[in-house]
Design a protein around this ligand. Sequence first.
Ligand code: LLP
Length: 432
Amino acid sequence: MNLPPHLTIREGQLAIGGIDCATLATRYGTPLYVTDQDRIVSLFRSFRDELSSRYPKVKVLYAAKANGNLAILRALAREGAGADVFSPGELRLALSAGMAPGDLLFNGSSKSTDDLSLAVESGVTVSVDSFDELRQLDRISQKKGKETKIAFRVNPAIDVPTHRKIATGLATSKFGIPHDRIRDAYREALACRGVKPVGIHCHIGSQILATEPFAQTARVMAEIVRDLVRMGVTLEFIDLGGGLGIPYHHYEEERAPTPADYASAIIPPIRDVSAELGINPALWVEPGRYLVADSTILLVRVNSVKKAHKNFVNVDAGFNLLIRPAMYDSYHEVVVNGRAGMLPSETYTITGPICESGDILASDRRLPPIGAGDLLAILDTGAYGFCMSSQYNCRPRCAEVLIHGGEAALMRRAETIEDLTATMQIPPWQKE
Ligand code: LLP
């Protein structure tokens, strides 16, 4: 089994950041998300360095949607990361984690007037997704006596080899302004008094394991940049979004591009167009999954094992805590703690406690024997894991633990039954 360096197996026991999973489960209970902070920091550094060694001005904006825990944002802020924020909540969290407004890009295809006002007041750069939004932002900005820096999100009409629900740059996608209308958008923005177009932005999708779509995107963007510069736009940055995938299969060779491969794909078109036009824009990128996915495991306890149509292993977390398998048929490796590395004996399907047939975390896996009370680790759950969780079936969400330098601490306590009702109100007619 190929494992990243922060995950180790000794005598069948899985440890993360040097701490045994069994110890963590006993100390904090299950289900439990456990994240290794040092892994995130080391991935961030190597990712940034690969880009910076090939291009003079690089800014890495962590895609906060991938994992919005404040402790993660703080760890990355200390490393100098900015953030791609997609909501007022992400914007506020990034600022409170210590990120500077100038290091944030406020994205989103559906921003309310309040969202736009907050962006203007915070002084962040806004990625504008439509002509309508441009006009609203311009009005708000002028009313507040400000000039807001903007980029437009381009829809580059690029097909990417990934799950259709996470391909975002297709011609049919809801995101961005079609690339054949983008010049008109900049022309209009240049005439506005409340906004200043300083960047260009796109994001083609997520969990992309090939470099060609990134290279193609960079070429499409470079083509647009050429026209924008001729139109008189002074570009401070070109933002190519995120999307670099990770190998979720740990038993087979799943080829994933390295940051060096990624950098070599995207940088040449940007470097060439900059040299040709004599411009000096920064390169912004927005990795989410690559930085946080493999840092985290979800620990679950086996409630019961049932031989039926299949060998069902009923565990204490389901799509309430990890929706990716149900939503995208995504694959997460499962490790049976105590028997990790042992030869498989059975084919198991790991199912959660939610009242839906689709509540399956892993299907038809060859694993060592599993019994009630066993502890399982679901790997690579740091991106789009906890942050997409819900309280469905009135299940409080679980805790999240962070590990650093051999020490573990809560970065989010588990919710209680009281938390479930904390925001509920009794209507007046039910009060007597
Ligand atoms: N930038 C923008 C504008 C985005 O919309 C996203 C992700 C990213 C950057 C980061 O992409 P990444 O590097 O993480 O691939 N819930 C899905 C993934 C949704 C991605 C949404 N946008 C999943 O669990 O696979």
